[in-house]
Design a protein around this ligand. Structure first.
Ligand SMILES: *[C@@H]1O[C@H](CO)[C@@H](O)[C@H](O)[C@H]1NC(C)=O
Ligand SMILES: *[C@@H]1O[C@H](CO)[C@@H](O)[C@H](O)[C@H]1NC(C)=O
Ligand SMILES: *[C@@H]1O[C@H](CO)[C@@H](O)[C@H](O)[C@H]1NC(C)=O
Ligand SMILES: *[C@@H]1O[C@H](CO)[C@@H](O)[C@H](O)[C@H]1NC(C)=O
Ligand SMILES: *[C@@H]1O[C@H](CO)[C@@H](O)[C@H](O)[C@H]1NC(C)=O
Length: 414
């Protein structure tokens, strides 16, 4: 220790000299740069310029409107982005009205009439050099991820596919050493198919088996990456219905390895799984990780469910006064579950370090922006119906990307 003292005091002195030099340089530059008409530096204008940039506050998602009066912004990528998933590549699939879909901008109330600024991919990649961004959840998070990958690809076309650490898919941006990954975990909790032959206590004629959901066990797809990413974006909710888990293949909820008694219905099960996954994230994910929970992406089936010729061939966004008739639970509409699930999410993350990324409201308007009948495969519509759930790319998810990256930059430096 003693031998180190002179060295460390020398270090301290040179550090002091360096700081003094920086101070002198800064003062000189400031006086050179400041306009001769305002010789006294204006502190209040300095502080006002540090108010958070448009798009980075949670309220910028929830308070605003869509406008087509601002100059339409060209999408940052086209049909050739290597990260596209075919069914959402609406340009390639010849979807009508793609220009119209991309002519709308989200204008947060806070931003003096300006649309949320489009991400500058190179600037974002530079600011996030060496970092890792992870999405965990279902295909609506994959839709989001795909938009982010394509947007960032426009800033580094040397990007390549990345699929490690149990990721379903992802991208690596070599020039900036940035990883963006997606871990598919549709229920977030671990679940297992158990055919009825292997079960004693179930009537063999009524069910084919059960999906055992361990409410207190995070799915293998993501339980080893809780410390790997600097940003994590979670979602679930779209699978929690009779489409995916019909009567003859029900979800049965387990805790500590035993069936929960009395058995939970699917809605209570969702509630228990979300709060238990929130506790798991609080326990396992480091405090310095930016944790976001994305609310539900709304569906827009009109005139029937997806398997009853439900359709979304709209040419422009819904109007504000139309939203409640589509989405308010009271109206028992086809698409009402998004707001119901959101209430569960809101309660579960209250008071935790997880931030709500509330993209539901701004997306509720965009009945015009789904793939609809343009799915890129001849028989897809007759088999699957229209897709009024996922979103065209380029399209609405690019606005999610603008808002997400503004939020991330506000945390990780500009
Ligand atoms: C400083 O800037 C604020 C806001 O731009 C302005 O209202 C104020 O008059 C300025 N004060 C001086 C001393 O220039
Ligand atoms: C999301 O934002 C909308 C619009 O402001 C609001 O009505 C809704 O309650 C919010 N959802 C949650 C879960 O906070
Ligand atoms: C903007 O939207 C309105 C309908 O809300 C439509 O009548 C108008 O043609 C659109 N303008 C442009 C430039 O697309
Ligand atoms: C998750 O479920 C799979 C079977 O689907 C099982 O093999 C695995 O051990 C479970 N993971 C945990 C952490 O319990
Ligand atoms: C959907 O449309 C097809 C073709 O028009 C029709 O044959 C079928 O009955 C419709 N299904 C429902 C549930 O309305």
């Amino acid at each position: 220790m003693a031998a180190n003292l002179p060295l460390s005091s020398r270090r301290r002195r040179s550090l002091f000299l360096l700081l003094a030099l920086i101070l002198i340089l800064t003062l000189t530059l400031t006086s050179l740069l400041s306009s001769p008409r305002s010789p006294s530096s204006n502190l209040s204008s300095l502080t006002s310029s540090s108010s958070p940039p448009c798009g980075c506050l949670a309220s910028d998602l929830t308070n605003g409107h869509w406008s087509n009066a601002t100059t339409p912004r060209q999408p940052l990528y086209g049909a050739t982005c290597p990260f596209h998933r075919n069914a959402w590549n609406c340009l390639r699939n010849g979807r009508a009205h793609m220009d119209a879909i991309n002519s709308w901008s989200w204008v947060p109330d806070r931003c003096a009439g300006d649309p949320v600024p489009r991400i500058d991919p190179v600037r974002f990649l530079k600011a996030m050099r060496g970092k890792k961004i992870g999405f965990v959840g279902d295909s609506l998070n994959e839709n989001f991820l795909t938009a982010l990958l394509c947007v960032l690809w426009s800033g580094d076309e040397t990007a390549r596919k990345w699929k490690r650490k149990g990721a379903w898919r992802g991208g690596y941006f070599p020039k900036f050493d940035l990883i963006v990954g997606y871990h598919r975990a549709v229920l977030l909790a671990n679940y297992t198919w158990m055919p009825v032959e292997k079960l004693d206590q179930y009537p063999k004629d009524e069910i084919k088996g059960i999906y055992r959901v361990d409410v207190d066990v995070a799915a293998d797809d993501w339980n080893r990456i809780t410390k790997f990413y600097d940003v994590l974006i979670f979602n679930t909710g779209h699978w929690w219905g009779p489409d995916k888990f019909p009567k003859e293949k029900p979800l049965v909820f387990f805790r500590e390895g035993k069936p929960i008694n009395p058995p939970l219905g699917i809605h209570d099960g969702l509630n228990v799984v979300i709060s238990s996954m929130v506790s798991y994230i609080e326990k396992e994910v480091p405090g310095k990780t930016l944790k976001l929970w994305r609310t539900q992406s709304p569906r827009h089936f009109f005139g029937g469910e997806w398997d009853q010729n439900g359709s979304c061939l709209f040419n422009e966004p819904l109007k504000e006064h139309e939203l409640d008739s589509w989405f308010d639970s009271k109206n028992k509409g086809i698409n009402r579950e998004a707001r119901e699930v959101n209430e569960i999410i809101r309660e579960a993350i209250l008071g935790t370090s997880i931030e709500l990324f509330n993209l539901t409201h701004l997306s509720e308007f965009r009945a015009d922006a789904h793939p609809g009948i343009w799915l890129g495969k001849k028989d897809a519509v007759s088999v699957w119906g229209q897709d009024c759930l996922h979103w065209c790319l380029p399209g609405l998810p690019d606005t999610w990307v603008d808002l997400l990256t503004a939020r991330i930059l506000n945390v990780f430096g500009r």
